[in-house]
Design a protein around this ligand. Structure first.
Ligand code: M6R
Length: 606
């Protein structure tokens, strides 16, 4: 949550900071701000709302200087006002922050005793004021920052800029990611490699508790114990930091369209020519575990819900599943002979990371399925499996979901192979099914025009229901989440058979009911539930394949037909209508598809 950037440049940094903030806007867009040092003077500009407001302000009130920091905010403490916008200043020090300073009230009280008043509702302001207090006590910027950080409780990625030292940025991380970028006579700090994508491809990721003193000559890094340490410099592939829309109107639309390609890449990465699965060392022994625990948030959690069916059906491996925000508070005992697997696109979701740390020491092994391979969740896992989706910028997760499903599906097959629960022919058939996925998804994308047409009707609804049975139930949940988050239409998902136990009371001619039902072993049962809806005047959108449409289209308001697929992998294909219907409904309503209200891409606070 929140994106931060710092630049020690060789020319004016304001435009560089704004460009980098544009790449970070996916992390938050409640306000944006920058601070620079010019001719011994620290100054800042901040604006509420999207970055464009800050850019406009900078045209009216330019900021000069070759050193600066910037921030894009997802509000936690204090409303999105200009006063609460970062950078916060001391006034001889400015700071940008991602995370939450939990002891800010205590720090505020201490500052008050010193006669220092806070003027904002934020936790971050206390960091700037505390650092200023130490500077006023004649400490050097380095010492003042060290003393400040020592007083902080909570999670932070911080970057400090000092009026008296235009060749110094101090960066520190604990609980929130931070990277240092290396240029030619220039140095950078950013929340992630994407932020620095246009500036450098040489990145050093700070580790938990690190503090970096960055000058144009390089970075000196200290660990949590204050020891000087060396952290590796990595080359970041251009594609990993790519954030353009490639001709699409929205990132979400581009990311939906990318799915055939990224799924094919993930298949190439994991599947051996013989149909086996390549896992990172030390591998996973599925015969040594009797239970798997799957934990995640949001869309990643729905991917886990699908995977539960896969692991239980094909590998006969019992799966426990929970949302990360509840997992550790439930205090679930984790028995011997079990593994825990955490799924996260960003790899930085605070709840998922905390759940992982709860499981550490209890589960035999800690696995993760992540998109960002340098993330905290990946680093804290015994084995991290990359989903290889490439940068996902749209707040609504799309290609990460299908890639998570693909990796989880391959893992379930590997578990089945090791545990001998599928014979060679069955395994080979399912592997063939996986290999067909990119082509089927490509073919499936042809439903877009229909989804766009149907979405015009959906955009007028106040409430929408999604139904699915078995492996399609989590897809119904994902469809409802997608629609809610970008179109702001109230949507609920139910297991088809559950509708008659209460929610069917909601059904009338104004409530579209979207039924996800490939022609599989549960089709007839789902169709019976669909009939119950239609018998009560419900307006059904049936999403099925040609066989399903042939037998069940009659009486439906609309039918969308997808290619036939190995029923096991249908959830991956049926993600497409869930995504496309949400996307086109949001476009029809004119909402901000890539940056929906109140949300941010990665949720690094609890
Ligand atoms: O980065 P993560 O996968 O851990 O994020 C989890 C959720 O915050 C995320 O999936 C969220 O639900 C998406 N906005 C859904 O589209």
């Amino acid at each position: 949550m929140c994106g931060i950037v710092g630049v020690l440049g060789s020319h004016e940094v304001a435009p560089i900071l704004v460009e980098a903030l544009g790449r970070l806007e996916y992390r938050g867009y409640d306000s944006a701000g920058i601070a620079t040092v010019h001719e011994g003077q620290l100054d800042r500009r901040r604006a509420v709302g999207k970055l464009v407001n800050l850019s406009d302000k900078l045209v009216r009130e330019p900021l000069r200087g070759f050193a600066g920091i910037g921030h894009t905010r997802w509000a936690t403490h204090g409303a999105p006002t200009e006063a609460n916008a970062h950078p916060h200043a001391g006034p001889r020090v400015a700071v940008v922050h991602n995370g939450i300073i939990e002891n800010f009230r205590e720090l505020r009280a201490e500052l008050a005793v010193e006669g220092i008043e806070t003027r904002t509702d934020t936790d971050t302001e206390t960091v700037a004021l505390l650092c200023q207090l130490f500077l006023d006590r004649q400490m050097t910027p380095r010492a003042a920052t060290e003393a400040t950080i020592a007083r902080l409780t909570g999670a932070y990625a911080l970057c400090f800029l000092f009026e008296d030292e235009p060749d110094l940025l101090i960066a520190a991380r604990k609980g929130s990611p931070l990277a240092v970028g290396h240029g030619e006579g220039e140095m950078f700090v950013g929340s992630d490699a994407i932020a620095l994508g246009n500036l450098t491809d040489r990145i050093t990721y700070l580790e938990e508790g690190d503090r970096a003193e960055v000058t144009r000559a390089g970075a000196v890094i200290f660990d949590a114990q204050g020891r000087q340490v060396t952290r590796p410099e990595k080359r970041i592939a251009q594609a990993a930091a790519q954030v353009d829309k490639a001709g699409h109107k929205h990132f979400m639309s581009k990311e939906i369209a990318e799915q055939p390609r990224v799924l094919a890449e993930a298949l190439r990465h994991y599947l051996t020519p013989e149909g086996g699965i390549t896992l990172p060392e030390p591998g996973i022994d599925f015969t040594a575990i009797d239970r798997l625990t799957l934990v995640a948030c949001g869309t990643a959690f729905y991917a886990c819900n699908v995977a539960k069916y896969w692991f239980e059906q094909v590998a006969k491996l019992p799966v426990e599943i929970d949302v990360a925000s509840e997992f550790r508070y439930r205090e679930p005992p984790i028995p011997a002979r079990s593994a825990a697997l955490f799924v996260s696109q960003s790899g930085e979701t605070a709840d998922t990371l905390a759940a992982l740390r709860y499981a550490r020491g209890q589960a035999d092994s800690i696995l993760s399925v992540v998109n960002v391979t340098e993330s905290s969740i990946a680093r804290d896992s015994d084995i991290a499996l990359p989903i290889l989706a490439g940068a996902e910028i749209g707040v609504a997760s799309t290609k990460a979901f299908t890639c998570q499903l693909l990796v989880l599906g391959m893992l379930a097959l590997e578990a089945a192979r090791q545990r001998g629960t599928l014979d060679a022919a069955e395994l080979a058939a399912h592997v063939r099914g996986l290999r067909e996925l990119p082509a089927l998804i490509e073919q499936g994308l042809s439903i877009e025009a229909e989804c766009q047409r149907v979405a015009r009707g959906l955009s007028e609804a106040r409430d929408i229901l999604f139904l699915g049975r078995g492996r399609m139930f989590p897809l119904a949940l994902e469809g409802a989440l997608k629609l809610k988050e970008i179109s702001y239409i109230h949507a609920e998902a139910y297991a088809s058979g559950e509708l008659k136990h209460g929610p069917i009371a909601l059904v009338d001619e104004h409530v579209p009911v979207i039924v996800m039902a490939p022609h599989d072993e549960l089709f007839d049962k789902t169709v019976s539930n669909m009939q119950e809806v239609m018998a009560r005047g419900g307006k059904v959108l049936l999403i099925t394949d040609a066989k399903g449409a042939q037998v069940a289209a009659e009486g439906a308001w609309e039918v969308i037909t997808l290619p036939e697929i190995d029923p096991l992998w249908a959830p991956i294909l049926y993600a497409l209508p869930a995504q496309l219907l949400a996307y086109h409904t949001a476009v029809a309503k004119g909402t901000d598809v890539d940056q929906p209200r109140n949300l941010a891409k990665s949720v690094t606070v609890e």
